[in-house]
Design a protein around this ligand. Sequence first.
Ligand code: PLP
Length: 381
Amino acid sequence: MSSIYVDHAATTPMVESALLAMTAQLAQLGNPSSLHTHGRATRKTLEDARETLAKEIGSLPSEVIFTASGTEANNIALKGLYWAGREVGKKIVVISSIEHHAILDPAHWLATHEGAEVIEIPVNSDGVINLDFLKDLVKTRGEEIAVISVMHANNETGAIQPVSEVVAIAGEIAVHTDAVQSFKKVPLSFAQLGVTAMSLSAHKIGGPLGIGALILKRGVEIPSLLHGGGQEREIRSGTLNAPSIVAFATAATSSYYNAGAVVGLRDRFISSVQALIPDAVINALAAARLPGIVNVTFPGTQSDTLLLLMDGQHISCSTGSACSAGVHEASHVLLAMGHSEISAQSSLRFSFGATSTASECDFVVSVLPDVIARGRAANLP
Ligand code: PLP
């Protein structure tokens, strides 16, 4: 076996049809904002892609705002909805305690630089938000809340969050959801969910890196982060990245991801780990979860050591979110679920994707007992 990739939640290979669409578009000349024939041709291709993506996510085409990443979509949504709320005296930003850093960090930036009060919704031991906490908060301080942001599914544990219930509790308050991990993995419709805004990212679904979308309800106006040519409803200026957008839409329509097959691999992996390493803890096991993500705590180990031992076996997995890997700190997600610093630092995330196979899954399982034993020996005082 050469190298094995079980880090599809960090990024996943491009689907071939998207790669072909992207390379074809790279050869085309024309700024979509230009009025001449070249420009109009690119504009037409782009608007077709917008329509395709809108159909896949259940929104209107005019509700799709292309961005350079999921991170950018999150920043535009959170900061924009906060600033819009602040104009009418609302200064509270509500987020869940398990958000990706692309929500967590802008929220804390709003607190330190823009006068926001940030309130975090706690989660239970399976990593699912406490709706009673939110209900009480909305009842007592609802008038002061500018925005509520709750991710659709968590990137470290895969736990799916009750976003429809959040929308029902929120009433008139703007709700944003980071659906970067959920899009194309579980049924998802912007219109049916009823949120104000939703973030997506292409590279999690077989599209290219560096392209995302903010889906923003028609009629909602928010201040912009980037000023310039006035593209994308004047919310996100910048010449549109036509090749990546075309590839994003192509990936969104491909049937490359088979959720049932990925669930099968995930569950095969979980039962093997439970059989071979009885004290391993599968995190968020009782929650509704995404098909591909498994987060496991191996008591008595250090995740960084395990990651390197796995890498030595040519297996790529993760200590959690790719964006915080490399930073030596316990996962805020696992801490919020009740883990201690020590057990939160003894966990690995394995994520399966469209190209994962049963033999890859079995190979990962086969090396785990030795890796864990060596990880434990290395961790002895
Ligand atoms: N939100 C979640 C839940 C993610 O998992 C990620 C990426 O890991 C992001 C946001 C950031 O998306 P991007 O990599 O497109 O900036």
